[in-house]
Design a protein around this ligand. Sequence first.
Ligand code: NAP
Length: 300
Amino acid sequence: MLSGMEIAIIGGDLRQIEVIRKLSALDATLHLIGFNNVDDGFLEAEKKEFGTTNPESLDAVILPVSGMSTNNEVESIFSGNPLVLERDWVKKTSSNTRFYTGVANKTLKSLISEENRALIEVMTRDDLAIYNSIPTAEGTIMLVIQHTNVTIHKANVTVVGFGRVGQTIANKFHGLGANVTVVAEEEALLARAYEMNVNPKPLEELSNVVCDADVVINTIPSLIITSHVISQMPSHVFIIDLASKPGGTDFEFAKKRSIKAMLAPGLPGLVAPKTAGLQLAQLLSVLLKDQWIELTEGRT
Ligand code: NAP
């Protein structure tokens, strides 16, 4: 149980509802910041703002899976107002306060480390990232169906990057009968793609590979889908960029060439918030219980 533990949950998407349910059931004291549009009777937790939460009392702060933007904004689908995580607020938390997020950009990492607080990025864990890749792949299939006029069956689909998301995407599109080409850097990953019976291609061949692509799905969080690569694609191609913001595509160039290109963040929260939220809630509850044991043992 987490009785007595004070936790602030700041913003997020529908996945956080499952987190709130789980932590409420464990008897944590929850301060919900940026949840003003959620129906009151739904959650047994106090709705607050940054200004009405005492940061000193907090043992943990839970940020959304997306973390925070480079201008300190925290996304919340439950708030009409922008949420900004100010340095002064972080400064006022206790030195024992732990910050939990899905992923963290440089701005969030610097902010938390400069204030000597602990930051836990749950999406760096393979288990959660692999579970999360399933709704991500389902959301990608949904977008491909919505934005193309051909079947996935027999479509030429290029998957760029072959990590936890890339592997699940390649597997699901292969299962739907697409001609899948996987573009990756590491030899071992290319060997795995070969074993899965999809076409493995080294990254330096990307611009040749995309010549006959119907769909290009990027998972590499670096500028990989450059203007040169885009210039080799057929005009009907659909590019979906799944990599964390700002993605790895030259969107301006794609627009100039009238190529449909889309950054598609947060798909699990969009297409399967219940499943993805339960998995997130389960992991967070384990991490918070460990922290609470450490904290309470330290106090006795
Ligand atoms: P991952 O397991 O780390 O895989 C990323 C892959 O990209 C790895 O194969 C990695 O190769 C490669 N890579 C990274 N930087 C590279 C570079 N500069 N040049 C060449 N290859 C590079 O990550 P993941 O879990 O698959 O996630 C991929 C991205 O999707 C992340 O940005 C993640 O935040 C995002 N994501 C988005 C959604 C969504 O809904 N849109 C959902 C989940 C995850 P090495 O291992 O050799 O570096």
